[in-house]
Write a protein that binds this ligand. Structure first.
Ligand code: ARG
Length: 498
């Protein structure tokens, strides 16, 4: 068991540990006379995934050790010894020399057993007034706070890239689509700023989620607190929480912090998937609007001419697992009575998976967008389709006093005429236009003007240059404010990690 490398992953946990015949002796097995069956040991072990929580577990344990000393539940020297032992273990984990042992089930038992190896009997005092139930809830709260910040950071970076790309393309015009049919012309900046709005709301959801992780689980015990005079305010403050949790049962039973992260991650991944889908479509020959950089695309193993948009495709594909992870935890939770049930151990793999999936997806999307070449000419050619201005013709009639429904009907007939007879809309002269409606005072060519069309969409939320530029400036200021707040939160999180 000692030869086990800390790099060993799931495969290690799934191969039977070299335990004594009949399985390992239980680490806290006073009550038991038989060892755990090796199959059960393998089945119930979580160390191959909950080792992700090692740092958070040690941070929580150090706070616990200090508090026990202050509360007089253990001697000051013992408290100091425990803290030093935990720091030594943190060093081992960082260095990759920590001997993770599946026979010890989970990260909590692994660290405690290691502490015993280093310190001897005094290690047994660390768990005073604590259960793995409040311990794992504390680890998760610390973890969620940290990954929440990292996700907000990733969203900020991606929005920064989109903002920069939008700024470059205020004058680039392309068709906007509904039903994937060309609808009306818009500025590319306006299109990309739409995604910035979406991702900004996503970021605010993660911020909200983090703000709800305010109370510290430590001290809730197995589920009914403790008879010992624990200093819950003390551990809460040391771990950067506002206060201890208010209900011990809720504390060990709830996983809504994880649920909320998973939900926010699923929503964000769905949004990234939609953005990714546009990159896939736009890089097809049929659109030809963009070309992904070589660094963000791949070739075909068979067809030498292919340049495939694998990166956005994988992002789109990975949104499926983010949705699945949310559904997994919702399903795990839905039938559970209060309080802790071992089912809750199933919270971790989906959570860790969504954290990684989202982190990587945000990163590659930022890279792909930052290095994307935009085929301004192809977009302009598509946007030059005069049919995109049909709405403007109807609105011209409205300004002449024609009821909108009638105007819509008239322009619809004009479009039908052009389509059936194969003539271009712009070729209709004043007389022809007036044969459709006397209120037309010019030929179509004069009535239809792309730049005028864009510029007249100057209402709030519109694609007129002034509006887009004002929004660019507004978002730039918002991102700067968010960046400053995030940096403060990150510094507080780092400071508390001592
Ligand atoms: N590995 C467990 C989990 O993740 C830790 C808590 C175990 N508590 C218990 N009473 N068995 O939920």
């Amino acid at each position: 068991m000692s030869s086990r490398s800390s790099k060993a992953g799931p495969s290690q946990a799934s191969s039977a540990p070299d335990a004594p015949a009949g399985g390992a002796k239980k680490p806290w097995g006073g009550r038991f006379s038989e060892a755990t069956d090796p199959t059960v040991e393998r089945f119930s072990a979580s160390i191959h995934f909950d080792r992700v929580l090692a740092r958070h577990d040690i941070r929580g344990s150090k706070a616990q050790a200090r508090m026990l000393g202050e509360a007089g539940l253990i001697a000051r020297e013992e408290s100091a010894e425990l803290v030093a032992g935990l720091e030594r273990i943190a060093g081992e984990i960082e260095a990759g020399t920590f001997p993770f042992d599946p026979a010890l089930e989970d990260i909590h038992m692994n660290i405690e057993a290691r502490l015993r190896t280093h310190l001897g009997a005094v290690a047994g005092k660390l768990h005073t007034g604590r259960s793995r139930n409040d311990q794992v809830a504390t680890d998760l709260a610390l973890f969620l706070r940290e990954v929440g910040l990292a996700t907000e950071r990733g969203l900020l970076e991606l929005r920064g890239v989109l903002l920069e790309r939008a700024r470059e393309h205020v004058d680039t015009v392309l068709p906007g689509y509904t039903h994937l049919q060309r609808a009306q012309p818009v500025r590319l900046a306006h299109h990309w700023l739409a995604h910035v709005e979406v991702l900004g709301r996503d970021a605010s959801r993660f911020r909200d989620g983090r703000a709800r992780i305010r109370r510290c689980p430590l001290g809730a015990g197995a589920m009914a607190g403790s008879t010992l005079p624990l200093l819950r305010e003390r551990t809460a403050a040391e771990l950067g929480f506002e206060a201890p949790t208010r209900n011990s049962m809720d504390t060990v039973a709830s996983r809504d912090g994880a649920l909320e992260y998973l939900s926010n991650a699923a929503i964000t991944m769905v949004h990234l998937s939609r953005l990714a889908e546009e990159l896939v479509l736009w890089s097809s020959a049929e659109f030809g609007f963009v070309e992904l950089a070589d660094a963000y695309s791949t070739g075909s193993s068979l067809m030498p001419q292919k340049k495939n948009p694998d990166v956005p495709e994988i992002v789109r594909g990975k949104s499926g697992r983010a949705i699945g992870n949310l559904v997994t935890l919702l399903t795990v939770l839905k039938g559970l009575p209060l309080t802790y049930n071992r089912d809750l151990q199933e919270d971790k793999e989906p959570l860790f998976d969504s954290v990684e999936t989202l982190r990587d997806s945000l990163e590659v999307m930022a890279g792909a967008l930052a290095t994307l070449s935009v085929r301004v000419d192809r977009m302009a050619a598509a946007a030059a389709d005069p049919m995109l201005l049909a709405t403007d013709l109807a609105e011209f009639l409205v300004r002449q006093g024609v009821p909108f429904r009638d105007a819509h009907e008239v322009v619809g007939r004009i479009v039908g005429h052009c389509t059936r007879s194969g003539v271009g809309l712009r070729s209709l002269d004043k007389g022809t236009m007036q044969s459709f409606h006397p209120a037309f005072d010019a030929g179509a060519d004069e009535l239809l003007d792309l730049e005028r069309s864009l510029e007249s969409r100057s209402l709030a939320g519109g694609t007129a240059r002034g509006r887009v530029e004002a929004t660019l400036a507004e978002i730039e200021a918002e991102l700067a404010t968010e960046r400053a707040a995030l940096e403060r939160a990150e510094a507080a999180e780092r400071g508390g990690r001592a």
